[in-house]
Design a protein around this ligand. Sequence first.
Ligand code: SF4
Length: 454
Amino acid sequence: MSFKYYIKTFGCAMNFSDSERIASFLENYKFKLTQKIEKADLVIFNTCGVRQMAEDRVYGQTHNLQKKIPTIKIVLTGCVAMRPDVQKRLATKVDLFCQISNFNKDILPLLEEIQNKKQNNNSIKNIISTKDKKTISNQENIAYLATYPKYSNKFSANIPIMTGCNNFCAYCVVPYARGREVSRSAEEILTEIKKLIKNNYREIILLGQNVNSYQGTYQDKKINFSKLLKLVNSIPGNFWIRFVSSHPKDMTDDLITTITKLKKVCECVHLPIQAGDNMILKKMNRKYTRQHYLELIKKIKKSFQKNKPNKIFAITSDIIVGFPSETKSQFKKSAEVMLDVNYDMVYFGQFSPRPGTTAWNMKDNISKKEKVRREKFLNEILKKTCLENNRKYLDKTFTVLIKKKKNNFYYGETRTLKNVKLPIPKNTSHLIGNFAKIKITKANIWNLEGEINL
Ligand code: SF4
């Protein structure tokens, strides 16, 4: 008899990567993936606690599902699963709350119950199994990453190199949800990547909440992120390397040189600033000033110009608008930084107080309307810098990784993470998952258009 599972993932790339490991684990227990939630014996919600909206969707979907199919088994894991208020709210709807790092152990009794129910046709009572995260050691916290994942993409793979975070930014749930930073050994990471390259993967994305504080080991010696990048870069094959996310306080000169020199590392640096005002940065507990951040950007730009003089590079960032007490003049500092850096992309977030974080106890005194206004204001700056930067691509030819096709067009990405749209050429073989040389013929705000350069 076969059993079916369904996974709904919320949030960031790290959660999606974790879900690939959950899938692989369940398939080892003979569970099969279904795309139809109502056909599943087991439903996993891999949750995100970064914004209230993502959390509300979990409440809504859990409630509806349990109402529709009361016998279905529901597991909550990810960022909000261990929060007492969430467990209290969903106690009668969810069968198991567990930390992602303990999923492989906590899920076993439930898998057995599902299998027994099918075989014996007994009814199952709801169970709630939790484990106090404080009892999980660092090694246990990272052990689940050794599970070989069921990759959801055939040419681009997310490889977690570490988990957890030590930084305790005032607004962020990650250090509470995932615990302290723990890094995988370089050997384990390299083995995973080598397998992928053998299978013609073209894009390797190194993941962590704070990749540039990676502290792993290689041949029993401690190594940092710069060394790890060099090791990954030395794997033979036709692929490129991305990494996300970096913290400005850990962006050393050595790392900047490595990033801007290595051939396989893409010319795109994502360096979140979060706010342009020093007082707000302090309240956010970001541990750097605007001046320090801008100094880093200067160094990165200079280093790209020196080490890859013929390549266009991109700088991207994250900015939160409406952090508690952020005045209009403090907000303007974020706008000034944007004008100074000329970002290729910025991911904006309107401040949303999260339970358990330091900012939860701050007065959320910026109205929703004002947060929306501030985001729109910054977005207008972004549109200008994006278009200006995108025009540099015109009439030049770039390597593009073709990612999907829709109607009569292919869609792909450059090394600098620019979206490229091109008409599907006649007489070409299947391009998805391959690199193609594309001549850029049009620069828009959010994407480029081009044609294949045969
Ligand atoms: S660095 Fe800050 S924002 Fe990033 S995961 Fe850690 S606490 Fe959260």
